[in-house]
Design a protein around this ligand. Structure first.
Ligand code: ATP
Ligand code: MG
Length: 416
């Protein structure tokens, strides 16, 4: 039985794992489920916080307050020292992050029936692309937060290495494996040599041939699906009397999970009123104003996300946007989605190509490609990654649990 736990603080979902002989590692965090959506809601009517699914449903049932999702995207960004305000109360982002991770720890400990002082925290290969200082700052911030909630010994592990350890616990012979962890915020990869015998070694440096990653994930797919198909219903791309276009920044903020609340400030509201007077297609822009008044930005993002997920299960999806005034119904086919994210998928492909080149390994040498992370459900992405290693066998892990389970294994080895 391990003295330490693993924590996968994800952009969209979080898990906590504890390695014990003969028992599943993942701990129950909410209503019998092993994931806690990374969401905080401050209910201003009741003056209380809620987390996970409960936070989403409290927000959707119409309480006055503030919802925050994609908190991990704030790490390493200039926004980490910012805040959002509701009903005259300031909610600093750093404090919201600390509260969420503290809640995660408490829930995991309650499920385990014990306290954890030591933790292996997962981290993406890059919190921030092409900026080593900001990336280090992101990890340092996460470490400070972990300390603030009571962890005393803290180690980090790359998420796609954790996933590798999870997959390794299921195989019976040596394999060269490309791990693809496509999450909500980042796409992370590792090329690793795995085997039951090697799993027992404490030093695995020689087995990790390369790691790579890029800050592209499911929240970006939501964003570009929204910008291409949904935001035009609210006036994106429409003309002002001056013949220029409505400023796109409002729509970008509204389509990006971690910046939605920026449109609720008094200043933004003033600006929107000014634009409204100048805009030609008033009906569409009026929808935007009404959405902001309803504080329904996260509702809209959730609808877009459900369309994305719907399009990975079926070739078409009808989005009923019944909270818009006037309401709208949008027929989407998979090709609409694919074309809106094509440029992102291309960048992810380049990341994998570079990783193979870094490792100096021919694509034909790879035995298995292991997919995890919720966004590996996106067809286009899955096919394009698989096509880079055509001879490899495709294996799908527990899309939402592999990282947490692998971190638990790593914690048992690191802290034993
Ligand atoms: N069936 C599906 N098809 C496509 N996308 C999906 C599906 N199910 C979930 N997703 C997306 O997967 C993402 C969440 O995946 P996951 O929980 O692995 O991310 P995370 O671990 O929180 O993020 P990260 O590891 O990047 O910090 C969300 O963007 C969600 O919309
Ligand atoms: Mg993840």
């Amino acid at each position: 039985m391990s003295e330490a736990c693993g924590v996968d603080f994800g952009t969209s979902n979080s898990t906590m794992g504890w390695s014990r002989q003969g028992q599943p590692a993942l701990l129950t965090l909410e209503d019998g489920k092993q994931t806690l959506p990374s969401v905080v809601f401050f209910n201003a009517d009741e003056n209380e916080f809620s987390y996970g699914r409960a936070a989403l449903s409290t927000y959707l049932s119409g309480y006055e307050g503030r919802l925050m999702r994609s908190l991990k995207s704030l790490l390493g960004s200039g926004m980490i020292d910012g805040q959002t305000e509701v009903g005259g109360r300031a909610l600093p982002f750093r404090a919201l992050l600390t509260q969420f991770i503290g809640e995660l720890k408490q829930r995991g400990e309650r499920a385990a029936g014990r306290r954890f002082d030591s933790v292996v925290l997962g981290r993406p290969v890059y919190f921030v692309d092409d900026n080593a200082a900001a990336d280090q700052l992101a990890q340092d911030t996460l470490e400070e937060i972990a300390r603030a909630v009571g962890f005393k010994e803290i180690a980090f592990q790359y998420e796609p290495i954790a996933a590798a350890f999870d997959y390794e616990s299921t195989i019976d012979r040596e394999e060269l494996v490309l791990i693809a962890d496509i999450g909500g915020g980042t796409s992370d990869f590792s090329l690793v040599r795995l085997s039951p015998q090697r799993a027992a070694l404490t030093e695995r440096r020689d087995d990790i041939l390369a790691t790579g990653g890029v800050h592209i994930g499911g929240t970006d797919f939501d964003k570009y699906l929204s910008l291409a198909n949904v935001m035009p219903l609210l006036g994106l791309g429409s003309q002002l009397n001056s013949n220029s276009e409505v400023p796109s920044s409002y729509y970008f903020n509204l389509a990006t999970w971690h910046t939605i609340n920026q449109i609720y400030t008094r200043k933004a509201w003033q600006q929107l009123q000014d634009v409204y007077r100048e805009v030609r297609e008033r009906d569409k822009f009026a929808r935007l104003l009404d959405l902001v008044e309803q504080r329904a930005g996260h509702w809209l993002a959730l609808q877009v996300e459900s369309a994305k997920i719907g399009l990975s299960e079926a070739a078409s999806f009808t989005l009923e946007l019944d909270r818009l005034r006037p309401a709208a119904s949008l027929q989407l086919v998979r090709n609409d989605f694919d074309s809106s994210i094509d440029h992102l998928v291309e960048t992810v492909e380049q990341t994998v190509t570079k990783l193979l080149a870094d490792a100096g390994v021919g694509a034909d040498k790879i035995d298995t490609v292991f997919f995890t992370g919720g966004s590996s459900g996106v067809h286009l992405l899955r096919h394009r990654i698989a096509a880079l290693v055509p001879q490899a066998r495709q294996v799908e892990g527990d899309l939402f649990g592999s990282i947490g389970a692998g971190l638990a294994l790593d914690a048992a080895r690191k802290f034993s």
